[in-house]
Each structure stands twice: as C-alpha cells, then as structure tokens.
Write a protein that binds this ligand. Structure first.
Ligand code: SF4
Length: 328
C-alpha cells in the first residue's frame, strides 16, 4: 500500500539523503492518490482545481513510499519521532484507504501516538479510528470566519462542506475522543483581521480544542499563488495572543483592537508580556504535542514564523522588536 511522507520525515527515517536543519519530532504522512483531492481549498496544491503538483503540501515535498517500508523504518530506527500525523485527502475510497493504513499501523510494534488530520467523517468512522489506535484528531477549519471559509474552502469553491459541517464533526469528534484530544488549524493571512483570528482562537480554547497556527504560504499552481504571506509583526501578535489565551493569562474580552482589528492591547501586564517574550514559547510551532513542522511555512535562513525548536538569543531579541510598543 502506498503512502506519502514529508521529505523531512523520510530523511528522519533514513529514506532520503537531504540536509535537515531541524529534525521533525512528528512524522507527517499523507494518503496517496494519483488524482487531486475532491475538495478545492484555494491555498492547497492537492485541490481539485489546482495545477500544482500533488507531490507538494505548503512548501514541503511529499514523495511516495510503500507503507510497509515506512513501518519497518519506524520499528528499527531511532528517529526521534514522538508522534505520527496522517493527513487525509478526499478521493473515492479514501476513508477505506485510511482504515487500511491504520490497521497496518495497529499491527506493527509502533508505540508513538497517532493523529489523523481528517476531512469530515461520521461518528462510526471516528469510533473505528479510535479502535484502530488513533489518539487525536485534527479537524481543520483553516479560515478564521465562516465567510472566509465559504470563499476559500466551501460553497464558493463548489464544495458542499460548510463551516457548520465541520462544527458538527467537531462535536462528534470531541464526544468520541474527548475534547482535550482534538486539534484544529488556523492559517493566518487569508484575509482575516487580528481580532477575527483571536476570536477563532478564543472560541476553540473555550471548547478545549488545541489551535495550531500556520502562516499562509503561496504554492505555485494554486489560486492563491500570488497571495502574500502575512506580515511578520501581525503574525507575532497573533502568536502572543494565542499563547496568552491558552495559558489563561488573558482573553479576547480583555484585549483591545483598533477599528481595523489590529491588536492594540493584550489585556495583561507588561511583566506578563515580557515573561512570555523571554520564554520564546509563544513563537514555537503550535498544535498537537510534539508537532514541530520544520520549515513548513518558511525557507531555511529566513525569519521563522514558527520556531520548530527553541529560539536562540538573537532570534528572541529580533522577536522582541515587534513588541516595543507594548513594553512601555
Ligand atoms: S497540529 Fe500537527 S500533528 Fe496535529 S493535526 Fe496539525 S499537523 Fe497534525
């Protein structure tokens, strides 16, 4: 049975000889199909209308391997991998393929926890995933508001999956897995304001669902290939806001925003902000435990949106520059 693995995952398993700047602590796998996905997200090279390569997701390459070969590597190599995340793509029989993959993994001696980042499935299928050893499920809203969702992933893209469909799947998923074991993604830079991004983060924090932040990254061949990445200053503010919300230090209602929706006050003391900045934690990759997604949104050598490891002193002082106005 064939499956894709991110090139960094393949390198960690000794299947590719490339220079890896930071090792992934999660192995990223993706369902394999020769055709494009039945969904049509504007940012995704897997999308139905994309002319981009199905070898790619964000800026990462995903070569194809035999699952049995990957399993053997997982079983025999000390790769430092602490989680496996399977990314789903919608095609005829994709759910059957997913269950076959999970069955093979469940028969192996692999013990690291499994996440499935899934399109909407029903409760029976969620229970089947759980029975086959899945520990967490990711349901990706990606967009901060229902309106953006409709435009970028939903009805306006000819796809009948709506924000409400995902909300229902999220309820089913939390019932089956428990709400602490559910994640979602937010891609920053799709046209939302900072206030809308923080509103999204607060909503899911209130539901005890983990939010993984991504910076929009244009991929050639997609409908958003010319769309810019988010401004770093704005992304940093959203990262800090997410951190403060998830640590229970502040909340949407304590923060203030300009009339354009830019964060003007984090709703906490300068001391707390300084403490967060010094720790560097708000700027590390967020999502399921041990998910570090090295260079998913950025090239090596460029300023990192998400740090896949601890930031060094120079990087921390660069990050601090974005917050001088908040430290007076
Ligand atoms: S946060 Fe990471 S491990 Fe979790 S679903 Fe997203 S990509 Fe997968």
């Amino acid at each position: 049975m064939k499956i894709r693995a991110s090139i960094g995952t393949a390198a960690a398993l000794g299947l590719e000889k490339i220079r890896v700047f930071v090792k992934p602590t999660t192995a990223y796998l993706m369902l394999y199909s020769e055709s494009h996905c039945q969904s049509n997200c504007m940012f995704c090279s897997q999308a139905r209308d994309s002319h981009g390569s199905t070898n790619q997701l964000s800026r990462v390459l995903w070569p194809v391997y035999e699952l049995s070969e990957l399993i053997e590597r997982f079983e025999t190599i000390d790769s430092g991998i602490k989680r496996i995340c399977i990314q789903t793509v919608r095609f005829d029989n994709s759910t059957i393929d997913l269950m076959n993959i999970l069955t093979m993994l469940s028969k192996s001696s692999i013990t690291v926890p499994l996440t499935v980042c899934s399109y909407p499935v029903n409760k029976t299928e969620l229970r089947e995933m759980k029975d086959l050893g899945v520990k967490r499920v990711g349901i990706s809203f990606d967009c901060a508001t229902p309106e953006l969702f409709e435009k970028i992933k939903g009805l306006k893209r000819g796809v009948d999956i709506t924000w409400q469909t995902l909300e229902r799947t999220m309820v089913d998923t939390t019932e089956v897995f428990g709400n602490r074991f559910v994640s979602t993604h937010l891609i920053v830079g799709l046209g939302e304001t900072e206030q809308q991004a923080v509103n999204f983060i607060q909503q899911f924090y209130d539901k005890k669902v983990t939010v993984g932040l991504f910076a929009f990254t244009a991929v050639r061949g997609t409908d958003l290939e010319k769309h810019p990445q988010p401004e770093m200053a704005s992304y940093r503010r959203i990262q800090l806001a997410r951190y403060l919300v998830f640590k229970g230090i502040s909340s949407l209602s304590n923060m203030s925003f300009s009339k354009e929706g830019t964060i003007t006050d984090f709703g906490t003391s300068t001391t707390e902000i300084k403490k967060a900045l010094v720790s560097g934690k708000p700027f590390k990759t967020t999502g399921c435990p041990h998910c570090n997604r090295p260079f998913y949104n950025e090239s090596p050598g460029k300023e990192l949106y998400n740090f896949p490891r601890d930031a060094n002193a120079k990087e921390l002082s660069e990050v601090e520059q974005y917050f001088t106005g908040f430290l007076k």
